[in-house]
Design a protein around this ligand. Structure first.
Ligand code: G1P
Length: 292
């Protein structure tokens, strides 16, 4: 069975929920404490043994490419100053090794399924991961590492899910579960953003997938689904029954950084969790709580 070596990172979205911040900056470059969201996604992949990346970008997203490259002037300046070792390390932290990243463009916003399809030639005929970077997951092992391990066990597709309140099903891809041991459920159906009344369950996909390459043959058809977009969920649904397909409940911490409060919470939570910021962050929060 081929190892999961590649990840597709769809980063072409317009980030309209974060305007005006995202007028000139991609939403994936918004920072949680001091690293952009996209760097967390890449680090999550690395923690899962994935070292090759396909970024599906769009116009005005070139700074993402720059972020994973050397910044020569900056590095030379920090080096010349002599006492900036930590800063220099931070600047180099995100560099992806030579030839391990490709950047391809989704020229039109036709949906997540279409974005993933744009990566087909770079993925080829092997299982691959998909991570939506505006969902931040924090755990050891990483969310993607758990999916990779489950894929290695089953040989099929695996997606990460959490239980959401029923009124939220219309924001997610929802799983119809079959045999379910409380941690892993067989996927017998998948629906994109169903009405709460019609949702087959409350198990929602959280933007982490390990998929068999067969998904591309379904995406090839460019069928439109919910919202008039080409949905990844619909092509995944067509794979059911042809190879194992499971939903793995994610038990780590997850922040929906695609909306403002989730993003703010992630910033506070990461600041509270990190050794170098926890003490000051705690004091700051106590001070703010007292003054409001
Ligand atoms: C996308 C997927 C959806 C998934 C969600 C997770 O929707 O289409 O199936 O549950 O991400 O965040 P979006 O939030 O991009 O509309």
């Amino acid at each position: 069975m081929p190892r999961v070596r590649k990840a597709v990172l769809p980063v072409a979205g317009l980030g309209t929920r974060f305007l005006p911040a995202t007028k000139a900056i991609p939403k994936e470059m918004l920072t949680i404490v001091d690293r952009p969201l996209i760097q967390y996604a890449v680090e999550e992949c690395l923690a899962a043994g994935i070292e090759e990346f396909v970024f599906v970008t769009g116009r005005s997203k070139h700074v993402i490419e720059d972020h994973f490259d050397h910044a020569y002037e900056l590095e030379a300046t920090l080096e010349a100053r002599g006492n900036k070792k930590a800063e220099l390390e931070a600047a180099r932290d995100a560099i992806i090794p030579y030839g391990n990243a490709v950047f391809t463009r989704q020229q039109q916003p036709l949906g997540l399924g279409h974005a993933v399809w744009c990566a087909r030639h770079w993925v080829g005929d092997e299982p691959f991961a998909v991570l939506l970077p505006d969902e931040l997951t924090l755990s050891t092992p990483s969310c993607t590492a758990e999916l990779v391990a489950e894929h290695e066990r089953s040989g099929g597709s695996v997606i990460s899910v959490v239980d959401v309140p029923r009124e939220q099903t219309k924001s997610y891809g929802i799983v119809a579960p079959g045999k379910d041991d409380g941690r892993i459920a067989e996927v017998v159906g998948l629906v994109e953003k169903p009405d709460p009344a019609k949702a087959p369950s409350t198990l929602a996909a959280i933007g982490r997938y390990v998929l068999l390459p067969e998904v591309f043959s379904h995406l090839d058809k460019h069928e439109k689904g919910a919202g008039g977009e080409i949905q990844l969920t619909d092509s995944m649904a067509r794979m059911i029954g042809h190879a194992p397909f499971h939903a793995l409940r994610y038990r780590g911490t997850r922040y929906d950084c695609g909306n403002r409060m989730g993003f703010l919470e992630a910033n506070i939570a990461v600041a509270l969790a990190r050794e170098d910021t926890a003490k000051e962050a705690r004091a700051m929060l106590a001070r703010l709580a007292k003054n409001t």
